[in-house]
Design a protein around this ligand. Sequence first.
Ligand SMILES: Cc1ncc(C[n+]2csc(CCO)c2C)c(N)n1
Length: 232
Amino acid sequence: MTFSTELRKEADSIYNAIFDHPFVRGLAKGDIPKGAVEHYVKADFEYLNAFMHMYGLAISKSSDRSDMDFYKQQIDFVLNSEIHPHNNLCQYIGINYDDLQSYPLPPSADHYIKHMKHYGHEGSLGEILAAILPCPWTYLEIGERLIEEIGHDEAHPFYEWIAFYAEEGIRETTDDIRKRLDDWAEGASQREKEAMKEAFIKSSQLEWGFWEMAYNEESWELVPRQAVTTYE
Ligand SMILES: Cc1ncc(C[n+]2csc(CCO)c2C)c(N)n1
């Protein structure tokens, strides 16, 4: 079994929780509270900026030109193509994309990008690959499942979003990162493989956390709760 297959197995319950998440179920049903979609797009715009930084950090740790070229192409893809699924969501909520940009990241999304950047700055290329892989892999599997569910129904409100992530290009990106990760793992120590596994599992869980953050419209604002804890 390849190392990435092992990681995917280990994360299976997290992936299932993502497929069952009410935001993802809402994408299938074509019905999500508009505030949650707005919250998602605002956070995802900033998340994608951080994701491009990750590819830049991967380039800074690469010595092979074909690796550099791959990360550069991915930056291009995020810059120029990932706007399509965002535009689909903007249409659904009737808000201009320009009005949803440059907002501070809510706590869980902030945690996710700082988790990735930790590996970007402190980790090996193998750890970077492990930290970024759940991003395309979870979306690919969401896209594939949802396109099966809704069929090629172009009238579905989230057809463009779903079709985008079910596309061959996302599979190629996922397979490409998996291949690089598996090659790296072959020469890695047990200790480094443990670090890669931790990076992958935490990023998978933070993918779930991103959906949860959007659905609950999570913010930094402290909402005084009814006394749960009493202070002496
Ligand atoms: C929180 C979050 N996770 C994953 C994606 C999907 N995604 C982001 S960048 C990229 C391409 C990788 O080269 C893919 C598939 C998203 N939009 N938001």
